[in-house]
Design a binder for this molecule. Structure first.
Ligand SMILES: Cc1cc2nc3c(=O)[nH]c(=O)nc-3n(C[C@H](O)[C@H](O)[C@H](O)COP(=O)(O)OP(=O)(O)OC[C@H]3O[C@@H](n4cnc5c(N)ncnc54)[C@H](O)[C@@H]3O)c2cc1C
Length: 417
């Protein structure tokens, strides 16, 4: 039995940032990952370090949501290696996002609302400073200094700094909890590692469930049966070049329509050098009700509407479904900020956003008694380690051609919609 301070379940952005924070405070923490690091939402996320735009589209920034305003600056310093965690090996895909709109009146209002309450505000671009892909957009194009990171490289970065204390577990067949009469977790027994046959028992003072959607099952395993989690499904589209021929330019940003982000596009390059876009925002919420082919068709018409002039012939698209997993809110809507529940010596946590992981880690770390000591992980050296999850475009197999909807005027489409 190995006595430790904290056992963290889940190696997405929430678990990894917390683990790093605790280790830096010389708290003995072990992170247990059931699949691959980030395998839930983090690897599927668009990697935007939000500063509050989404909260302010309605012209409101509530007290609890205000924490997000500090995130771009905090992450920027870490990404530059100026502060801890040192994320200087995390790839920054873009230093800022573009904001643009369709020419409807309501979208103009959205742009105005977007400026309220932000530490970083959109800066209007001159026509000559617009990227070519946004040259034909009606109305103002702005630049918002929110960075976009590669989630895959972020996960790699933190794994490489903590390989000695991040373990792969078999959550279904090899993870048993021992509880005392008060319902406190006194031990975690790990096994089921078919390759090694090895078993391991941990006696943690504190347990943290930071397993995204996996939190529900973990709570059930320790008899916390009241439902406290909600899932909000998304159906995302990915668009890529058929070959690495420059048909798809790099673009990161939001087309803002009224109080909603009609579409959020982020860019990365796949292992074959092809540009890939992820399309989120309203289309990914509306897309939940659509089949794959229907959503790809919708994506083609949305792209023609929000990016007039984009040629689709050399492009193809695939989709993926993913649930946002969060603490339950009264109305089932998106939570405004991080959510932390305490039950005895078990904390259950959801960050609500990738960008808010530092807030979550700081709030949890404050609740954990800090008795610094030198950490010895040597006895774990032969235990299996998790890999990092692959980005969704590396695992998608069904790529469909994007059909140019010729003869359809972009703005005519908007007006009739
Ligand atoms: C499509 C999409 C786009 C997004 N874009 C953005 C964005 O641009 N910016 C932003 O700020 N936020 C964004 N978000 C939100 C953000 O991705 C999530 O809030 C965040 O990644 C949640 O992190 P997490 O660590 O709580 O969960 P997850 O990333 O889901 O990680 C959970 C981890 O726990 C592991 N696990 C599950 N069960 C167990 C178990 N029993 N034992 C051990 N491990 C287990 C999983 O394998 C996984 O590694 C986006 C979300 C989605 C879905």
């Amino acid at each position: 039995m190995i006595a430790i301070d904290v056992a963290i379940f889940g190696g997405g952005v929430a678990g990894l940032w917390l683990h790093d924070t605790l280790i830096r405070k010389r708290v003995t923490s072990i992170l247990l990952e059931a699949e691959a690091l980030g395998a839930g939402q983090t690897i599927c996320s668009q990697g935007i370090i939000h500063g509050g735009l989404k909260y302010t589209l309605m012209g409101m920034l509530t007290g609890s949501a205000a924490q997000i305003r500090d995130m771009p600056d905090l992450w920027r310093k870490s990404l530059q290696g100026q502060t801890e965690p040192d994320l200087s090996r995390t790839v920054v895909r873009a230093e800022s996002c573009h904001l643009w709109r369709t020419d409807s009146f309501s979208s103009r209002m959205g742009m105005i609302g977007a400026k309220i309450g932000l530490r970083i505000t959109p800066q209007n671009l001159n026509e000559t400073d617009r990227p070519d892909i946004l040259a034909n957009c009606p109305g103002q194009v702005s630049l918002l200094p929110e960075q976009v990171i590669s989630p895959n490289s972020f996960l790699q970065d933190l794994l490489s700094q903590h390989t000695d204390s991040i373990l792969k577990i078999d959550a279904d067949r090899g993870c048993d909890f021992e509880l005392n009469s008060d319902g406190q977790v006194t031990a975690i027994h790990l096994g089921g590692q078919t390759t090694t046959g090895r078993e391991l028992s941990l006696a943690p003072k504190q347990v943290v469930f930071a397993a995204g959607a996996g939190n529900a099952k973990l709570r059930e395993a320790i008899n916390l049966k009241t439902p406290v989690m909600q899932r909000r499904p998304l159906h995302m589209v990915m668009v890529r070049e058929k070959s690495a021929d420059g048909s798809l330019p790099e673009l990161n940003g939001h087309c803002v329509d009224g109080a909603k982000t009609r579409v959020t596009i982020t860019s990365d390059t796949d292992t074959q050098g092809r540009m890939v876009w992820q399309m989120g925002g309203q289309i990914s919420e509306d897309g939940v009700a659509l089949q794959e082919a229907e959503l790809v068709e919708r994506a083609a018409s949305e792209l023609q509407a929000v990016l007039p002039g984009l040629r689709l012939e050399n492009l193809e698209a695939a989709t993926y479904r993913v649930d946002r997993a969060e603490g339950m809110t009264a109305n089932g809507l998106r939570p405004e900020t991080v959510q932390i529940l305490c039950d005895g010596n078990v904390i259950t946590a959801w960050p609500a956003k990738l960008a808010l992981a530092p807030v979550l880690a700081e709030q949890i770390a404050k609740q954990i008694p800090n008795e610094p000591r030198d950490v010895e992980y040597n006895s774990l050296h032969d235990w299996p380690r998790p890999t990092v999850a692959l980005p969704p475009w590396e695992t998608a197999t069904n790529w469909l051609p994007l059909q140019q909807n010729s003869g359809q005027s972009t703005m005519a489409h908007r007006k009739s919609a």
